[in-house]
Design a protein around this ligand. Structure first.
Ligand code: DAH
Length: 360
């Protein structure tokens, strides 16, 4: 080819363009497209760079315009071929290799649901919220003072025993009242609440508690309670009875009856255990109620003046001569087991989806 012969030049550039078009038509993968780019437009070794070096730079000044025009035309052809190839996406065969079958159903995202214990706890709280009770919480790691002393547990009371209470290790140097333990009941939050708020007071306290128990079908070392406390002037035992009778009917149905049995708790005087008529047999007597027709469900009583005396140290309004109150505490698992017919408490904590799914 002579640089000055336009026909030779035309032929030469046409051949190059043909070559580029052929190469571009065979591009099927991103890797091949990149390879094409390097071969043609690579800054150091690319064909156009070589062409520019060999032809353009050495051309006689009068031929340079002709060559330059063709060079630029070829360059823009190569660039647009590259653009088309890069934008075209994978070829049919590449798609087939990925083998995504868009007709298949999508993977199902699992929706979470409230745990039956959380649900039952919320339901209990809701019954009292509707009566004007507020909701409080307290710490799970508690001091001996709040868990026992302020709740009027005399020294040596069996419930303080390390058999029942899980204590935090290495605190022997601390005074007993400051030693930490896993709370054995939600009752200490009664005291924490009274210290913060003067009477009148109506509060329910849901929460997790711990005891050193051997797990069996009805016992778990971790379980949940809902505590209640009502303090005002002239609160009587009949207020307590009316409130809990209503709550049990709201939870188990309006045909449920309640009865109150004398009992003992250090922080209430008098104290009672509340029984409800058996929800399984309606009170006739069955295996679930041990033929008695009644099922024991919670503890309650009138707040002991000794408890008010502890509260009055921080809030003088809790003067047992001026105010009175009642308290109650119930086990959430026990209520959930009855409501949902669960026979093994361990199921609540097993994390077994087949069990939990039934409550979704
Ligand atoms: N704290 C008691 C327990 O865990 C339950 C209880 C009984 C709470 C009577 C009360 C109450 O507030 O008045 O066994």
């Amino acid at each position: 080819m002579t640089q000055s012969d336009p026909q030779d030049l035309n032929l030469y550039f046409a051949e190059l363009e043909q070559e580029a078009r052929q190469a571009a038509s065979a591009l099927s993968t991103p890797e091949a497209v990149e390879e094409f780019r390097l071969v043609w437009l690579g800054r150091k070794q690319g064909k156009l760079k070589q062409l520019s070096d060999s032809l353009l730079k050495s051309a006689a000044p009068e031929a340079r315009r002709e060559i330059g025009q063709r060079f630029n035309a070829l360059k823009s052809v190569v660039e647009s071929l590259l653009e088309d190839a890069a934008g075209a996406g994978p070829s049919d065969s590449a798609l087939a290799a990925e083998a995504i079958d868009i007709t298949l159903p999508s993977t199902r995202g699992l929706l979470g649901a409230e745990h039956p214990i959380t649900r039952t706890m919320n339901e209990i709280v809701q019954v009292f919220a509707a009566l004007g009770y507020s909701v409080g919480v307290g710490p799970e790691v508690e001091t001996d003072f709040y868990n026992f002393e302020s709740m009027n547990f005399p020294p040596g009371h069996p419930a303080r025993d390390t058999q029942d209470t899980l204590v935090i290790a290495n605190q022997e140097r601390r005074p007993l009242r400051d030693r930490l333990l896993l709370r054995t009941h939600t009752s200490p939050v009664q005291m924490r609440t009274m210290e913060q708020q003067p009477p009148p007071l109506r509060i329910v306290i849901p929460g997790k508690v711990h005891r050193n128990e051997a797990d069996d079908a009805t016992h778990s070392s971790t379980f949940h309670q809902v505590e209640g406390l009502c303090v005002d002037t002239n609160i009587t035992f009949s207020d307590l009875k009316g409130t809990l009778d209503h709550a049990m009917k709201a939870l188990f149905g309006s045909s449920v009856k309640t009865r109150f049995f004398p009992s003992f708790f250090p922080f209430t005087e008098p104290s009672a255990d509340v029984q409800i008529s058996c929800i399984f047999c309606g009170g006739k007597g069955c295996r679930r109620c041990k033929q008695s027709g009644w099922i024991e469900l919670l503890g309650c009583g009138m707040v002991d003046p000794a408890v008010f005396a502890f509260a009055a140290e921080k809030q003088p309004g809790y003067d047992p001569k001026k105010i009175s109150g009642f308290a109650f505490g119930m086990g959430v698992e026990r209520i959930a087991m009855m409501k949902y017919g669960v026979s093994d408490i361990g199921q609540f904590f097993s994390g077994d989806m087949r069990f939990l799914e039934q409550f979704a």
